[in-house]
Design a protein around this ligand. Structure first.
Ligand code: GAP
Length: 455
């Protein structure tokens, strides 16, 4: 993990949050390449789940919702983490993380507060900070961040930063149904920030206070016998693989009854083999009619949508594939950042899928003064297209290749002295390191063919 974190920092993907003030635990900032990679993940999700899916449409709801939403959804009462405090040094831990520190192979997901408490007491687990054994009892802590609305704190309304984007979708169901004349089955997806007051063991961007989710709430009729849970689970794994995560790097894990979220009738996680353990990458939940029933009771609103087969208005059931962008980002990096040795030369390459590479092409020249203007022409030719192109100022070509291998650029195009004579450039492939001479006139077409971009 250390090497991965250093790589992402050195190449400007991810920086520690508030670093010059000593940091703020579990917050991270994204530099240019990090933003580009995140944006590409989001675009890939949107294309896969919304644009190219016949059933689904999008939404962008507010982060701040009326507090009644969180009361009705059950989050105010049931969205908690089991925490334990060291009475000696006042350090606070997630009880399950403390256990897993000492017993890494033990899965205590879904253990009750009592079971966690008994285990810690029986095994006399020591505080990870001061090494003493003197803990409070395990207690449930609210995961939602509270904020105050209004000028005076005590007169203000208590609001919450949303811990999931899903509720914004449920409360807009009737608006969307009416505006887009939707009939069941159909899905509503959105991408946006969520916030959780997490105490974490600090696995980099794996579990953070603020993160982005890509969620789809898929609504279908109770009479519809299609197994939408299996359908969306298969779609979710197909999507992950399309981003360059190999089949044997992830596994599925069904939640036990005791560990299900308060809204779920059944959940399956996709777990990824991170360097710090096999952990949840994303998940799919069968939310049944839980949320719509709760909002219906609390707001006195009816949620009835016509089934497109029977034309009968019914209260829909819901399946929810949900993913965190940062976890996907981390898994993609872990999967594709490789060190290889070719002809006794070592190199580090970020073998990102073409969909996600921050640049498709970098244009460089062997001499900035003499060849720079020609390289500029090539850059402009490619920049006015759907190719993501970077104009490289460095002219030491070995260093150019080395840098672009490490950030994932797919091709380096080099203008050399011969270019001035034959109007050809050298195109070097990141993965094979093969080089080809290509005419500038046909360069765009050559790259489109290689990148499989359709006009
Ligand atoms: N609406 C359902 C929901 O929020 P979840 O399993 O709590 O379900 C869904 O979260 C996904 O969001 C997770 O699989 C993970 O990818 C991501 N996620 C959740 N909490 C996170 C955190 N604190 N930091 C980063 N990502 C997180």
């Amino acid at each position: 993990m250390k090497e991965i974190i250093n790589h992402l920092k050195d190449f400007g993907f991810v920086f520690q949050g508030s670093e010059i003030y000593g940091g703020l635990a579990n917050t991270w900032d994204y530099g240019h390449l990090g933003v580009v990679l995140k944006n590409k993940i989001k675009l890939a999700w949107w294309d896969f789940f919304i644009k190219n899916n016949q059933y689904n449409i999008g939404l962008d709801s507010s982060i701040l919702l009326n507090s009644k939403v969180w009361k009705a959804s059950g989050h105010l009462d049931s969205f908690n983490d089991p925490l334990i405090d060291c009475k000696e040094c006042k350090f606070r831990f997630r009880a399950d993380s403390l256990i897993q520190h000492y017993f890494p192979d033990l899965n205590c997901d879904g253990w009750s507060v009592e079971k966690l408490d008994t285990f810690i007491t029986e095994k006399q687990l020591k505080c990870l900070n001061c090494q003493k054994f003197n803990f409070t009892k395990v207690r449930q802590f609210q995961l939602m961040f509270e904020i105050n609305q209004g000028l005076l704190q005590d007169q203000g309304n208590k609001l919450y930063l949303r811990p999931e984007t899903a509720q914004g979708i449920f409360i807009n169901l009737n608006n969307i149904k009416k505006a887009y004349n939707k009939k069941l089955p159909f899905g509503i997806g959105q991408i946006g920030k969520s916030f959780r007051n997490e105490i974490t063991p600090g696995n980099f961007i794996f579990r953070t206070l603020e993160f982005e989710q890509m969620e789809l709430e898929f609504f279908y009729s109770p009479e519809d016998k299609t197994n939408w849970f299996q359908y969306w689970l298969a779609e979710m794994t197909k999507f992950i693989e399309s981003l360059g995560i190999a089949k044997d790097s992830y596994q599925l894990r069904e939640h036990d009854k005791e560990e299900l979220s308060h809204y779920s009738l059944g959940t399956t996680d996709v777990q990824y083999q991170f360097p710090f353990g096999t952990k949840e990458l994303c998940g799919i939940a069968n939310r049944g009619s839980f949320d719509l029933v709760k909002h219906s009771e609390a707001s006195k609103t009816k949620f009835l949508v016509e089934d497109r087969t029977t034309n009968k208005p019914v209260m829909p059931l819901v399946v929810e594939p949900s993913m965190g962008i940062e976890r996907l980002f981390l898994a993609i990096i872990c999967e594709n950042l490789v060190q290889e040795e070719i002809e006794s030369k070592k190199r580090i390459v970020l073998k990102l899928n073409p969909l996600l590479a921050p640049y498709h092409v970098a244009v460089a020249s062997l001499n900035k003064k003499k060849l720079g203007p020609k390289a500029q022409e090539v850059f402009e030719l490619l920049a006015k297209s759907c190719i993501d192109v970077f104009f490289e100022q460095k002219s030491e070509i070995g260093k150019v290749y080395n840098y672009h291998d490490q950030i994932g650029t797919l091709y380096c195009v080099t203008v050399d002295y011969q270019t001035l004579e034959d109007s050809k450039v050298t195109v070097r492939n990141r993965d094979t390191m093969n080089q080809e001479r290509v005419e500038i006139n046909s360069l765009k077409k050559y790259l489109y063919d290689k990148l499989n971009i359709i006009f």
